[in-house]
Design a protein around this ligand. Structure first.
Ligand code: SAM
Length: 305
């Protein structure tokens, strides 16, 4: 498989086995990265890296609900920016020409393992501040759950857009600020902010244990209530108004992973739909299409400038 050419020499090759290594382009003076967050994700994805095909398919079909064949097909060169465990790379690999998956954390090792049988996938260690490919290289960029963990979100989006071809598309998932939710959600969110700041500073094993307990004693009961509402009112969508109803049908593995994501990550920012739309327009994107479904907000945009 012929991958894209790197536009610089790697600082390092991380050996994986006798025949493979991962090129690393981590720069010393990266001022748009939160080191503690990267460390935390490295730990997280080393723990959660064994998604089943079914788990990836169920979650993938929700994130990619607004992506059509015209956006992603056998002619498409894709960048998966902040690939984490590499689950979205895995989800799309068979449908596209090639995927360059990049992440600055130890997660690259998990992404490599998950995708080692995909011949059109290459994993690289790099951050958004130094994406090691020429400008206008990609037809499609996937950047799910990443930009809100970066100190300057808009600057990161600008860097990403530069790597898109004119007319190329980007799929983003950026944490919403609960702008489409009622008081119950907002109240629960406010109550979670201080525990998150506290938990994210804990040593990694304690943090994992506490987040597992949150998954069992907070997530599962709320999901059970959502399921009961769905059972009692089967013909309405009223259950969707209940916090964490999104997790109905999701595996416990995904629930634990998301609890660790939500409570264990030091840097998290939240944006309204309008803020995201404005930021995208200011970065040269147009034809902005938000999904009406959770997770909020995931959105597609086309590069026009
Ligand atoms: C919540 S995880 C999402 C991973 C993956 N996209 C997914 O949805 O499964 C966020 C990822 O963003 C990466 N990340 C954080 N800061 C970054 C930066 N400055 N440049 C690129 N990726 C970054 C982290 O290492 C982490 O793997």
């Amino acid at each position: 498989m012929e991958f894209l050419e790197y536009n610089q020499l790697p600082q390092q090759q991380i050996p994986i086995n006798e025949t493979s290594s991962i090129a690393s382009f981590i720069i010393d003076n990266d001022n748009n990265i939160d080191e503690k967050t990267i460390q935390s994700f490295g730990d997280e994805w080393t723990k959660f890296n064994s998604f089943t095909k079914e788990e990836i398919c169920i979650a993938g079909s929700q994130y990619f609900d607004i992506v059509k064949q015209e956006h992603l097909n056998k002619n498409t060169n894709v960048l998966d920016l902040g690939c984490g465990s590499g689950r979205w790379t895995k989800f799309i690999a068979s449908r596209v020409k090639l995927v360059e998956a990049i992440d600055p954390s130890d997660a690259v090792l998990s992404a490599f393992n998950l995708n080692q049988n995909e011949k059109n996938v290459r994993v690289t260690r790099a951050s958004v501040a130094n994406i090691p490919f020429a400008d206008e290289s990609f037809d499609f960029v996937v950047c799910l759950g990443v930009l809100h963990h970066i100190p300057d979100t808009k600057k990161a989006l600008l860097n990403l857009v530069k790597k898109m071809k004119m007319g190329g598309y980007v799929l983003l998932y950026i944490y919403y600020n609960l702008d489409n939710r009622g008081v119950l959600y907002k109240w629960l969110y406010k109550g979670s902010v201080y525990p998150r700041i506290f938990i994210s500073k804990m040593p990694k094993n304690t943090k994992k244990l506490i987040c597992d307990l949150i998954a069992v004693f907070i997530y599962l009961p709320l999901i059970c209530i959502a399921k009961s509402i769905k059972f009692i009112f089967p013909t309405t969508k009223i259950y969707k108004k209940w916090p964490l109803s999104y997790y109905i049908g999701k595996s416990f593995n995904i629930i634990r992973n998301d609890a660790l994501d939500r409570f264990g990550t030091p840097l998290e920012q939240r944006f309204s739909k309008n803020e995201i739309a404005n930021m995208m327009k200011n970065c040269g994107l147009s034809e902005i299409k938000f999904s009406e479904n959770a997770p909020f907000w995931h959105v597609l945009g086309k590069r026009v400038i």
